[in-house]
Design a binder for this molecule. Structure first.
Ligand code: P1T
Length: 379
């Protein structure tokens, strides 16, 4: 089955009871048993729920994995991966990543004795310099949030394999429409399904997908034991969202390109971060591992002018100033004060998250309206 077909049919079959084409929302906490252990595959909804199961099969299918797991948020999914580790273990992570992930690593798991190294991964070969006998996990976001750095998944996977270390890729920005990390050698693919997979800014959810049965069993054990599952209503909404992922992503990419090119020519704009530019440091890798360049674009104003940037986000009318990304509607964010405020200023600025940085999640509205909105807002 090819990707566009998988978004609609992958892992899905009509409901056994009445043939409903969409999985019913099984809004129940428990399932009747005829005798202890005598049930139809479901006993308690934390452990498994048919609506969530249908979604987990869809996640596995679109990421070319074998096993999918759905969580109550992206961070809950990351939390489950970190629970594979033990005190004394080390994690090598990208230095530029979602602020909430950084906060989970440094404010929760460091206290449990896990060590995190934040490393610029533009040259993947450098990752090897940081591997020790305690390294158990490499955590990669590509494209990174919000600087749009691209990390070579194939090269990173080769290093991980050589040292028997797990490689997890946060595929939230790219989605499996653009990039399928498991096919490139990653062990775990993670999503904030809140974003493009859901696609309509109406749910908060996380996903993990793996190929290996033993790893899936360990993650399933953690999911059930820790309990950070999503509810059946949200599972239904995510399933509905995924059915149009390919058409939405195609338009996100077209509009993202138009916005990036417009900003790049604008005299009041300094830097534009988008992997589709030939001048992007890892444009060639992006071209190899991604089908297109996505709908996320970040930029700074001339002279790193904080006040000018704040005016722009206040002036925007079609782009809404809000956290999050990946919905059909265009959003603008100010990472330094919003999504990445939990990263100390010195750390943030080392990776380029300066005070004038604006991040756009370019939606699927008419391109001309989006450009006109930016034009009036920038002035
Ligand atoms: O918000 P949640 O569903 O828990 O997902 C966390 C997360 C993980 N990984 C990436 C790359 C993310 O972007 C996020 C959430 N990000 C935002 C809310 C944001 O506006 O960047």
């Amino acid at each position: 089955m090819k990707f566009n077909t998988k978004t609609i049919h992958g892992g899905q079959k009509p409901d056994a009871a009445y043939g409903a084409i969409m999985p019913p929302i099984y809004q129940t906490s428990t399932f009747a048993q005829s005798t202890p252990g005598g049930h139809k595959g479901y006993e308690y909804a934390r452990s498994a729920n048919p609506t969530r199961h249908a979604l987990e099969e869809s996640f596995a299918s679109i990421e070319n994995g074998k096993f999918g797991l759905a969580f109550g948020s992206g961070l809950a999914a990351i939390d489950a991966v970190l629970k594979l580790l033990k005190p004394g273990d080390e994690v090598i992570s990208t230095s530029d990543l979602y602020g909430g992930t950084y906060r989970l690593f440094t404010k929760i798991y460091e206290d449990f004795g896990i060590k995190f190294l934040f490393v610029g991964m533009n040259n993947a070969e450098r990752i090897e310099d940081y591997i020790t006998k305690n390294t158990k996990l490499i955590w990669v976001e590509t494209p990174t949030n919000p600087m749009m750095n691209i990390i070579d998944i194939v090269a990173t996977a080769a290093i991980a394999k050589r040292h028997n270390v797990l490689l997890a890729v946060d595929n939230t920005f790219a989605t499996p429409y653009l990039q399928q990390p498991l096919d490139l050698g990653a062990d775990i693919v993670m999503h904030s399904a809140t974003k493009y997979l859901g696609g309509h800014s109406d749910l908060v959810m996380g996903a993990l997908v793996v190929k290996d049965k033993e790893l899936a069993d360990r993650l399933y054990f953690i999911q059930n034991a820790s309990g950070a599952i999503c509810g059946p209503q949200d599972a239904f909404l995510a399933l509905r969202g995924i059915k149009t992922l390919h058409v939405r992503m195609q338009r996100h990419c077209e509009n993202g390109r138009a916005v990036a090119e417009y900003l790049n020519e604008h005299p009041k704009i300094e830097n534009v971060y988008w992997p589709g530019f030939k001048s992007h440091p890892n444009h060639d890798i992006a071209k190899t591992q991604m089908k297109d360049f996505g709908g996320m674009v970040s930029f700074t104003t001339k002279g790193n002018n904080y006040e000018a940037s704040i005016k722009i986000v206040e002036n925007l009318k079609i782009f809404t100033l809000a956290e999050s990304l990946g919905g059909v509607e265009s959003l603008a964010g100010h990472p330094a004060s919003m999504t990445h405020a939990s990263i100390p200023k010195e750390e943030r600025e080392k990776t380029g998250i300066v005070d004038s940085l604006i991040r756009l999640s370019v939606g699927i509205e008419d391109e001309a309206d989006l450009i006109a909105d930016l034009k009036q807002a920038i002035g």
